[in-house]
Design a protein around this ligand. Sequence first.
Ligand SMILES: NC(=O)c1ccc[n+]([C@@H]2O[C@H](COP(=O)([O-])OP(=O)(O)OC[C@H]3O[C@@H](n4cnc5c(N)ncnc54)[C@H](OP(=O)(O)O)[C@@H]3O)[C@@H](O)[C@H]2O)c1
Length: 290
Amino acid sequence: MEPILLLGASGQLGTDLRRALPTGALIPLTRADLDITDRDAVERVLAERAPAWVINTAAYHRVDDIETRDARVAFAVNEVAVGHLARACARRGARLLHLSTDYVFGGGPPEPHAETAPPAPLNVYGRSKLAGEHLVREASPDHVIVRSSGLYGIAGSAGKGGNFVETMLRLAREGKDIRVVDDQVLTPTYTADLAEAIARLLAVTPPGGIYHLTNAGKCSWFEFAERIFDLCDVGLKPKRTTSAEFGAPARRPPYSVLVNARAAALGVPPLRAWPEALDAYLRAKGHLAN
Ligand SMILES: NC(=O)c1ccc[n+]([C@@H]2O[C@H](COP(=O)([O-])OP(=O)(O)OC[C@H]3O[C@@H](n4cnc5c(N)ncnc54)[C@H](OP(=O)(O)O)[C@@H]3O)[C@@H](O)[C@H]2O)c1
């Protein structure tokens, strides 16, 4: 099996990709092994390892910090480094599978976004990820972009200090008054399921371009929190709020559900419904008995 280089290997998705991809072929690199903003190091690793595929999960995605003070870091990691990586891969005959986000979409009617729908990001993070997508597509028509949404996984995101599910459970344990926005609708996605789908996508040698991969169905962040509390029987209820009342620095798309059409057309089975995925996560994490 030809080598697959995995970047951002200790993140939530990276950790699950290490489990889902064939171990014999996999070269997992954490940020300590390779900082993707270090161009020379990227060139060196590609030359040494000669991968057939590079999977890039590395990103800077603290959405509110990016809006208020870290735009420069976001563009350095999510645009400039990704562009360089994509061109370096193309020069060496490696294909890149790059992770992107539902936050490339903005307003418009509350309809699921097709892979071909025109993006219109509402915040700086979304703009930095879209700029990265453009450079990936420019570098090679064979490169693959996988957009997903609302990720949560066993490893948690070090950069974000965990994930939404763990944050909700912690706030509940602390007996806090928990207000969650009910006017942002998306599909929360379990990284174990996304990793499995990415492994299946690679196995069918997909044509280049954009693929949407999320769990099935949709909910607001409030409905997601409500389900977490119900399943874990925490004896508390979250309260509904609006994005305007919540007042986060970065605007988020009110509706960012993604149509998962292209992978399905290649025979990749659709991901399960989000409530089932959440249940599986809670069991795997030990919040629910198996
Ligand atoms: N999280 C979400 O809700 C979400 C939703 C849609 C799409 N996505 C996209 O999905 C991908 C994976 O997200 P995730 O939730 O798995 O993120 P994550 O858990 O934060 O993992 C990202 C990894 O990238 C590493 N990294 C950051 N900057 C790097 C650099 N300059 N060089 C090398 N590695 C670097 C991080 O290392 P450190 O921990 O040391 O910083 C971390 O291990 C990202 O592309 C993200 O944009 C995420």
